[in-house]
Design a protein around this ligand. Structure first.
Ligand code: JBZ
Length: 236
């Protein structure tokens, strides 16, 4: 049974994905058939007795390299199953993943996500069997699995019908990328800390204005890089 958005994950640790994929919105979206995830154990494509997926680096140096044969066999199998899906490698050398890229990927016919491990994959695999390389950001992970799961989460919530509230996706794409305004729920007074009066006022114009000011101010203080240069100035 195929879904509108098939995802194939190539990994040495398929069990890593089981609980996050079964949980919450993601689990429900899979149950409802909005997308599917097929976990491929790269080790299943080995042909030696020890099921070897790594080898020593040519030229010497620390660590091991993912050897090409099982990985390429897994990529060819994935390509055959999902001919139109981009083959993506999660690697620290990749382009930083953004909301823009999440939106692009949600328009593809599916995804093939390859999780790097060890020091990385043999360069010839990257050159000839990969369409796009992505990284979560400038910090060090032990492998591509966490990055792949983050990408699955960010992309699939954009698929039609996955997010219950289609309004919030449209709001995201039309509003400037600011940080969110502060949120409050009951009780009105919690351990001596009050909900801002304006939110209790019932004046929707004032509330919208306050939220916009809060979003701008938070963004200016925490993420000035998100604002046009003219709005970034003076620290206080
Ligand atoms: C990523 C060797 O495999 C790795 C190692 C680190 C790493 C990835 C893959 S993907 N970091 C990131 O997205 O930042």
């Amino acid at each position: 049974m195929t879904t509108p958005f098939p995802i194939r994950v190539l990994t040495l640790f398929p069990e890593f994905f089981e609980s996050p994929l079964a949980t919450s919105l993601t689990g429900k979206a899979i149950d409802r058939g909005h997308f599917s995830v097929e976990l491929t154990d790269i080790r299943a494509f080995t042909t030696d007795k020890h099921r070897t997926c790594d080898d020593l680096p040519y030229g010497g140096g620390a660590g091991m390299v993912m050897k090409p044969e099982p990985l390429v066999a897994a990529l060819e199998d994935a390509r055959e199953a999902l001919p139109g899906a981009p083959r993506i490698l999660l690697t620290p050398q990749g382009e930083p993943f953004t909301q823009q890229i999440a939106a692009e990927l949600s328009e593809e016919p599916g995804l093939i996500l390859t999780c790097g491990r060890y020091e990385g994959v043999d360069e010839r695999v990257r050159e000839h069997w990969i369409d796009r390389e992505l990284s979560l950001g400038d910090f060090v992970l032990t492998g591509g699995e966490v990055a792949a799961m983050a990408i699955i989460d960010a992309v699939t919530r954009l698929l039609p019908g996955v997010l219950g509230n289609q309004d919030s996706i449209e709001e995201e794409s039309f509003s400037r990328p600011l940080l969110e305004y502060p949120h409050f729920t009951r009780p009105r007074s919690f351990r001596g800390h009050e909900v801002p009066e304006v939110l209790l006022s019932g004046d929707h114009g004032r509330i919208a204005q306050w939220r916009h000011e809060q979003a701008l101010e938070r963004t200016r203080r925490r993420r000035p890089d998100l604002l046009p240069p003219a709005h970034r100035d003076d620290d206080p």
